[in-house]
Ligand binder design. Structure first.
Ligand code: ZN
Length: 306
């Protein structure tokens, strides 16, 4: 499940209320309104006052409320693009991904991300087992560019008759997140009887926070890449585990738990149980030992940038 990978003519780009996240015009209206609904929800989310100190520490926040978490998300997610944004046609004919600058000296250019010596390519497109519902394309493009000493750019559609916005990927914080219909698939729906149930949004938002963490890091910690889960793990052999203590799965676990905690009245017992299981599933992907046999630590989250 984790896998994740990811209008009107008068206004060029739809902005989600207070947040500055831009949804590409190629996202179908139905999917768009569902995504906007989730984002609007987090902007007004009523967290319980007793936030887990670990949540604050890992996220680098002094308090946990709708505004602080929305800002946290906005710093890491700037654009949401559709699942066909990187289709063969779009890449080859429309050239949505292009080389912005060649022969660029990247910071930490000799440093390979910690989890990467094992897996050749972990580009986020299919980095997490299961089917892909969300992925951080921005950080994947930054990493790909860094390996080739060039800066990639990406065109994000602003709609018919409008010039697309060109985003130069000069940092893992480019914040281009791809979302597919799969995010709203039955398999990933906590409460299948009521699509609008708060628990459903909580799970999806947990995924959002997970994905946002991939916009962080530098050198060894760049984009907080996953590692293959070890033998005996439910996801053995799949790059669906973290070998640090503050990566995407930690963020997703903590944030989902914080949101679930606030869902006492609005979630059914069954929904709460399911959320609890999903929190545990996410937590089970946080490895205490790395694939190099070292004790897992918290990685440096500050994002590198050109
Ligand atoms: Zn991930």
């Amino acid at each position: 499940m984790k896998k994740v990978i990811f209008a009107s003519l008068m206004v060029a780009a739809t902005t989600v209320n207070a947040s500055d996240i831009m949804l590409s015009k190629t996202i179908k209206p139905d999917l768009r309104s569902k995504i906007e609904r989730d984002l609007n929800l987090i902007e007004a989310f009523k967290f319980k006052s007793d936030a887990n100190p670990e949540t604050l520490k890992v996220m680098g926040l002094s308090s946990l409320n709708a505004q602080t978490v929305t800002e946290w998300l906005n710093a890491r997610v700037n654009y949401i693009i559709s699942e066909n944004a990187l289709s063969f046609f779009n890449l080859l004919i429309k050239r949505v991904v292009f080389v912005e600058t060649k022969n660029v000296d990247f910071p930490n250019s000799k440093i390979i991300p910690y989890s990467m010596d094992k897996q050749i390519v972990q580009n986020g497109l299919n980095a997490e087992g299961g089917f892909t519902v969300m992925s951080n394309i921005g950080s994947a493009l930054y990493l790909a560019g860094k390996q080739q000493s060039q800066v990639y750019g990406m065109k994000v559609s602003r709609g018919f008759l409008h010039k697309s916005e060109k985003v130069a990927v000069t940092s893992p914080r480019a914040g281009i997140i791809q979302i597919g219909e799969g995010l709203f698939a039955q398999e990933l729906t906590v409460n299948k009887e009521n699509p609008d149930a708060l628990a459903n949004s909580i799970f999806r938002l947990g995924t959002f926070f997970h994905e946002a963490r991939h916009s962080d890091g530098n050198g060894k910690s760049l984009s907080f890449m996953h590692t293959n889960c070890p033998e005996g793990h439910d996801y053995a052999g799949m790059p669906a585990c973290d070998e640090n203590l503050n990566g995407p799965y930690t963020i997703g676990t903590l944030m989902m738990a914080e949101m679930a905690k606030a869902c006492d009245e609005d979630c059914s017992e069954k929904d709460k149980e399911t959320l609890k299981m999903l929190v545990l599933d996410s937590a089970s992907r946080i490895m205490k030992m790395t694939h190099k046999g070292e004790k897992a630590t918290a990685w440096d989250a500050s994002p590198e940038s050109l």
